[in-house]
Design a protein around this ligand. Sequence first.
Ligand SMILES: Nc1ncnc2c1ncn2[C@@H]1O[C@H](COP(=O)(O)OP(=O)(O)OP(=O)(O)O)[C@@H](O)[C@H]1O
Ligand SMILES: [Mg+2]
Length: 378
Amino acid sequence: MCRKFVYGVAVSDYNFIGRSQETKRLLNDFRGGINVILMSPRRLGKTSLVKHVCGRLDPDDNILTVYLDIFGCKSEYDFYNRLASEVLKQTASQRSMWLEEARDFLYRLTPRISFSPEPNSDFAISLGITPKTHTPEEVLGMVEKIAVRKGKRIIVCIDEFQQIGEMADSKQVQARLRSVWQHQQHVSYCLFGSKHHLMGSIFLHHSMPFYQFGDLIALDKIPTAEWVEYIVSHFADGKRTISTALAEEICRFTDNYSAYVQQLSWLVYTQKEEGERVDEADIKQASEDLLATNEVLFMQMVEPLSGYQLNFLRAICTGVTKNFTLSEVREKYHLGSYSNVNRLKTALLERDLIEKEGEELKITDPVFHKWFQRRMMV
Ligand SMILES: Nc1ncnc2c1ncn2[C@@H]1O[C@H](COP(=O)(O)OP(=O)(O)OP(=O)(O)O)[C@@H](O)[C@H]1O
Ligand SMILES: [Mg+2]
């Protein structure tokens, strides 16, 4: 059975809409061997899009795709272990034989089996790659070797790439990656992630190794018209009715943020039985539920903030978007000294709580913004 609305995990098929322009652009890049950098705020649809595009390549393209998520990689060598094992696994001619094949491509392997603490998850095999056994160049170069040996091109899609920016000696790690990757002829990379300040610090500064590494795509929101069609038709599939105007209301409340559109639609959907029609009150109730179900997360987001930082967010919620250093603004919102304001701004940008839009600052997460306005404006 298809779920009418899905949020929190990558979506596909029935639950995936739009993105036709982005799909075309990525397919062209993938086929042309061009590296891609894909950035957006959290939960807008990066992972879903990349998986969708990988699924659109056909055998004639002669391309193998590898997908890996490096969120849990805390060090450079964590990353090499993850990269090597995923590339080996996902390009193996026979999946079950990947460890045998691994020995053809990387020498001195001492695989270790470790059992995950999660009850239902598989055991994990770690290849035991360490600075003593392998140089970074050996591990990174392995991918090209596999591509050549198999007579195919490989695209390595690395999710949560901002994690590289959190590693010790991050700039040197980045330099090592780029210096190998830029010479590879049969492998290209799709690097994507959120947290603007981290992704930005890797890709947008000309002093950094990954500056101008490839086609830079800032993923946009899915337009209202596409969402409305999706919402109305999925309600209809479940024998419930929602008007275009109320579907638009869902988009407005969530500012078209993909995961929230799906979550709020689901909360509205569950209020109705078969044959019923959604009214204004249902949207209102579901919007309250949306704020309530996310409250724990939002509380976690504000808990570590200082009084000044909260005041800064309060100023934004009241409609101030720039000129925070002006003395009347500092006084009105209790922001402290001139230099304090700049520190506050940097800290909130680093936490990804606010972002720049041209000259102005805004709260990144639209639903958090609404929650903050209701609960934190003392
Ligand atoms: N193309 C799409 N069509 C419909 N819903 C989408 C689409 N893309 C994203 N979504 C919604 O957004 C949610 C998050 O999607 P996804 O995990 O792909 O985003 P992400 O940008 O990779 O998030 P994160 O920043 O957490 O990694 C999905 O669960 C789904 O509800
Ligand atoms: Mg993702």
